[in-house]
Design a protein. Structure first.
Length: 496
């Protein structure tokens, strides 16, 4: 028997899964790593610790596979995308902690670039917005203020590039379009690094990784690593694009939403580059082979969903564990008029306001912790509606059905609310590890373990489909109140 491994290098932990020919997850291991918060608004990771966590989970899974006589056909990688690592090509050591996608240290720089009139260029070239969420301004900061000495043999990359470098013993410095398209340095039309964007941010193009297709052999593992030497590394995608692939959303108009630390809704737009849509990002979903056209997607990035539940637990201490929130929220029929806008680090799609701040409105003496818990759950559904409405305004393929995954998707209440707000069916995947599954599928396709996306679509299974039941007038009235609450949170923090 043979399996494909997938490394899922997330924001707070690393997970490795093993997937068999039938698309079933047959083994897994997970390891958390340290979050560093040097100052408010700054979020960093130790890239060496991330690699050590990856190596540990790979070794654990490999050991059990060896005991069972199971071979490894290929390995895939999926990662937290915009997080950036700079390292020394000679020593292989990081030059600074990785700057995480949540980090806001370059807010003022992004605002200055917008004031200087660069937003149009950024939107046309990269499909993104001028926000510290993306990699370019983080790289600019690293090179100017991160202690990188002139003359250092510099390598830059998102987490996938860093892991690929280590898996191959420093022989391969590469990435693929879904990750590259999140750096703000990638030209969506040409599928290559943009000289204009690299010049704007002062990024040396020679330090960036080579861009290859998402599926296909990047290299093989080295001697002395956690996997048998010569194991093909044959699939890479950013976490949300990997989840879109793992949800078998292979056709234009198919969409998925992942409820994780944040929520990320991606809609497959096919091989024609879509026009920019206000409030949304245009990104690359994947490139399946050399010479084939890119598959594009529209994305809505929501910064705080699962993070809101963590705040209820760790900040307010009104629940002891994240698992409690669904039961607590379901213990009341509604929020009692309470609305929670979780703009802890600004608002993402479709607002893109880094100075928005969290807001709770509608409190009365009768408001209790159950009402606040339900408001937190409803906020997840409201923010997804914000994004779906923005996709609809773009005039592309219509979304009529949403596939969902991620930790919070286990809450039936959330998915019932979501179906009501969207007025469309919402289907929960039978496999929750869709991000890692997508990376495994890409790697397996690259090595012929699976023959086609059609074969993969046949492997995908639904758990439960939730259909709208709420009166439309009531659903729309509730959503209108949500929009009023959002207005109160916008531009709350004053500029320096």
């Amino acid at each position: 028997m043979a399996v494909v491994l997938a490394i899922d290098a997330g924001t707070t932990s690393v997970r490795t899964i093993a997937v068999d020919q039938d698309g079933m997850v047959v083994d897994s291991a997970q390891q958390e790593f340290t979050q560093h918060f040097p100052r408010p608004g700054l979020v960093e990771h130790d890239a060496v610790e991330i690699w050590e966590a990856v190596a540990g989970t790979l070794a654990a899974v490999r050991g059990r596979l060896d005991d069972a006589g199971t071979s490894i056909a290929a390995v895939g990688i999926t990662d937290q995308r915009e997080t950036i690592v700079a390292w020394n090509a000679d020593t292989g050591l990081p030059l600074h902690r990785a700057i995480v996608w949540q980090d806001r240290r370059t807010t003022s720089r992004c605002e200055a670039l917008q004031d200087q009139g660069h937003l149009g260029l950024v939107r046309r070239t990269t499909g993104l917005v001028l926000d510290p969420y993306f990699s370019a301004s983080k790289i600019e900061w690293l090179l100017a203020d991160g202690g990188v000495e002139a003359g250092t043999p510099l390598r830059l990359g998102t987490i996938d590039s860093w892991l690929l470098w280590n898996l191959t013993g420093g022989r391969v410095h590469a990435t693929e379009p879904s990750n590259a398209s999140r750096t703000m340095l990638f030209d969506l039309a040409t599928g290559a690094w943009s000289e204009e964007m690299c010049s704007l941010f002062g990024v040396p193009m020679g330090s960036l990784p080579e861009i290859r297709p998402s599926s296909g052999r990047f290299g093989v593992t080295c001697d002395g690593g956690p996997l048998p030497p010569g194991t093909p590394v044959s699939g890479i995608a950013g976490d949300q694009q990997a989840a879109l692939f793992g949800q078998a959303c292979f056709e234009a108009g198919e969409a998925k939403n992942t409820y994780g630390t944040g929520s990320f809704l991606l809609a497959n737009m096919g091989s024609e580059l879509p026009d920019p849509v206000d409030g949304l990002l245009t990104t690359v979903a994947w490139a399946l082979a050399e010479g084939e056209p890119l598959t594009y997607a529209l994305e809505g990035s929501i910064f705080a969903t699962g993070a809101t539940i963590q705040w209820l637990r760790d900040g307010l201490e009104i629940i002891d564990s994240a698992a409690e929130v669904g039961l607590l929220a379901a213990s009341v029929a509604d929020t009692g008029g309470v609305y929670l806008v979780p703009a802890f680090a600004g608002l993402g799609s479709p607002w893109w306001d880094p100075r928005a701040r969290g807001t709770i409105v509608g409190l009365t003496r009768g408001s209790g912790r159950a009402h606040l818990a339900r408001a937190a759950v409803e906020a997840m559904a409201f923010q997804t509606r914000d994004v779906i409405d923005a996709v609809g305004r773009g005039g592309g393929p219509a979304i009529t059905h949403l596939r969902v995954d991620g930790g919070a998707s286990v809450m039936d209440l959330l998915l019932e609310l979501q179906a009501d707000l969207l007025d469309m069916p919402v289907t929960r995947s039978a496999v929750q590890e869709t991000t890692a599954l997508g990376a495994a599928w890409l790697a397996g396709l690259g090595e012929g373990f699976w023959s086609s996306t059609g074969e993969l679509a046949d492997l995908w299974n639904a758990d439960t489909t939730f259909r709208p039941t709420q009166d439309r007038q009531a659903a729309e009235a509730s959503y209108d109140r949500w929009l009023a609450a959002v207005e109160r949170s916008l531009e709350w923090e004053q500029a320096d």
